[in-house]
Write a protein that binds this ligand. Structure first.
Ligand code: PEP
Ligand code: MG
Length: 556
């Protein structure tokens, strides 16, 4: 029988094309009424262990030892007799799936309450194993959900959080599609960062697709096609092959001296939230990490992260970044990153500063684990110099206590208030980094999740004017300034930022090669001329047209 092709239009917010089987991430666990044979549960655990072993072996064979070791721990947990016994006992209840879930959860919570940090870290692995066992049993019971961990898949969901993507990275995830979300949402940022095609804004009917449907995701065209015809699959394969070739040519610039066409030195760093991204960034020739987003693992938290929580999240990232310059940004629970425990409160930097214990917990973890890197601490959503004073005092207290040297403290400039207070901020901060994502959204009065909030809107003359004011203020005060928002990697806005005097860019890992290529070919004097003209235009469309006319760069 020929499958019927169904298409959905959406916005491609992270480029690329991929074809793979679909898997819905947020499908409710089905109730499976009546008890389950305990032997079946035991076999499900064994099968999950075998799956994970296989994944670990494959990763090891590919030379990805660290990832292999992490997956292998999951395999060991799946054979833990205490865990399997608890799940077997739950099997004879009226709602066995819920019973297994609760048994796994209580096991995970017991681990979390232990004094040994390494054991506490295993709680997440236990939950992961539990999810896979439940998925396997659900499949046996009614073909509902397929464990995607051992093969390529497209993740679909009503709404995707950054953690949903990070969790499946390196485990077969090749593309993602969501009904809700925006181009500047954090899922989109993570997707662009790791080079994962992501389409958002498709009609909810997509969620009704059975798992395992062949799905073509063409994020460049903003298109999702179920059961695509062979010819279209072939075209998509060709497109990804071409993309691969282009990436290889851009990657050939790695190792070149970072100077523009007119000989001006520039800095190129990467934005990260995981150890995988640090590896990608290093391999791509980034000079360090200009933005480590620390809040992403805690977006579903029901309390402030403890020092141990921070250590758990940061240890692999900072270990991978050993020896590198790393700018760690403090928790940025603002806008579309407000965890449940802060819902309904004025979140943002204020919340962190009002909780000295939460601030100290993060600073201790960062400064203790940051001994092996060239550490800088960056404060998000700053609105006044006094906020920096609070963080610096807390950081100095921690460094004295730990016996480590004090750490430079810098400000993100991503609110209009921060731009207006730029002279005072320069006195209080050791360095500045312009967050064009939030600054642009605020100036243009857009929500971060609004599909209209795209990186190229930073080309709006009002935003450019603020950027130029920040760079001028930093120059006068002799403070280093960089851009870590997504505009730094966008073809329209990069020349304008360079024209405003920015010489250091921290971009998504997947954009490093292309950004380097552009910067190597741009002329700062010409860019300054374009910026001067752009400041007199009306909106971002006009400035984009001006850049297109003046910067005729042909990428490989
Ligand atoms: C920004 O706002 O530009 C930025 C880099 O911070 P985030 O995207 O994490 O809010
Ligand atoms: Mg921001």
């Amino acid at each position: 029988m020929t499958a019927v092709t169904t298409r959905w239009a959406g916005s491609g917010v992270a480029p690329g094309t991929a074809v793979a089987a679909s898997w819905r991430a947020d499908r409710p666990v089905p109730a499976r009424t009546g008890p389950i044979d305990p032997g079946q549960i035991e076999r499900a655990f064994q099968a999950v262990a075998a799956d994970l072993d296989q994944v670990a072996n494959r990763a090891r064979a590919q030379g990805r030892r660290a990832a292999a070791d992490i997956v292998a721990v999951g395999a060991l947990i799946s054979t833990d007799p205490d865990l399997v016994d608890a799940a077997r006992r739950a099997a004879i209840t009226a709602d066995p799936m819920r019973g297994i879930h609760d048994a796994v959860e209580s096991y995970a919570r017991t681990l979390e309450s232990l004094p040994d940090e390494t054991l506490r870290e295993r709680a997440a692995d236990v939950r992961q194993v539990g999810r896979r066992v439940i998925e396997r049993l659900a499949r046996t019971g009614g073909g509902v959900s397929v464990n995607p961990s051992t093969r390529r898949f497209v993740l679909i969901a009503d709404e995707l959080g950054p953690a949903d993507l990070l969790e499946h990275l390196g485990q077969g995830l090749v593309a993602a599609v969501a009904v809700r979300g925006g181009a500047n949402s954090h899922a989109a940022i993570v997707a662009r960062s790791v080079g994962l095609p992501l389409v958002i804004g498709v009609a909810p009917g997509l969620l009704d697709l059975p798992d395992d449907t062949s799905l073509l995701v063409d994020a460049d065209a903003g298109l999702v096609v179920a059961d695509p015809p062979h010819a279209q699959v072939a075209r998509a394969d060709e497109a990804s092959a071409r993309d691969g070739q282009r990436r290889a040519v851009l990657a050939a610039g790695r190792g070149r001296r970072h100077v523009t066409a007119d000989g001006q030195r520039f800095g190129l760093l990467c934005n990260v939230a995981s150890d995988t991204e640090v590896r990608v960034g290093r391999d791509s020739g980034a000079e360090g990490t200009g933005l480590l987003r620390t809040e992403l693992p805690f977006l579903h938290a029901d309390r402030w992260p403890t020092e141990a929580d921070h250590r758990r999240a940061l240890r692999p990232i900072l270990a991978e970044a050993a020896g590198w310059p790393v700018t760690v940004r403090l928790l940025d629970f603002a806008n579309d990153k407000i965890p449940p425990f802060l819902a309904g409160t004025p979140a943002g930097l204020r919340a962190l500063l009002d909780n000295p214990a939460a601030l100290a917990a993060q600073l201790r973890a960062v400064m203790e684990l940051g001994r092996g890197v060239q550490l800088r601490i960056m404060v998000p959503m700053v609105t006044a110099d006094t906020e920096l004073g609070v963080v610096r005092a807390a950081a100095d207290a921690v460094s004295a206590d730990l016996g480590v040297p004090s750490v430079p403290v810098g400000a993100m400039v991503e609110t209009v208030a921060a731009v207006e207070a730029i002279d005072e901020l320069c006195l209080a901060a050791d360095f500045l980094s312009i967050g064009t994502n939030d600054l642009t959204a605020q100036v243009l009065d857009l929500d971060r999740t609004d599909p209209r909030a795209r990186p190229e809107l930073t080309a709006h003359p009002h935003v450019l004017d603020l950027v130029a004011r920040v760079v001028a203020g930093a120059d006068v005060a002799g403070r280093p300034v960089s851009v870590c928002g997504d505009a730094g990697a966008h073809p329209t806005t990069l020349p304008l930022l360079l024209g405003a005097g920015v010489r250091s860019f921290s971009v998504a890992c997947a954009r490093i090669d292309e950004t380097r290529y552009r910067l190597l070919h741009l002329d700062t004097t010409a860019c300054a001329g374009i910026l001067a003209e752009a400041l007199g235009l009306r909106d971002a469309d006009e400035t984009a047209a001006l850049v297109r006319e003046r910067v005729r760069m042909v990428l490989p």
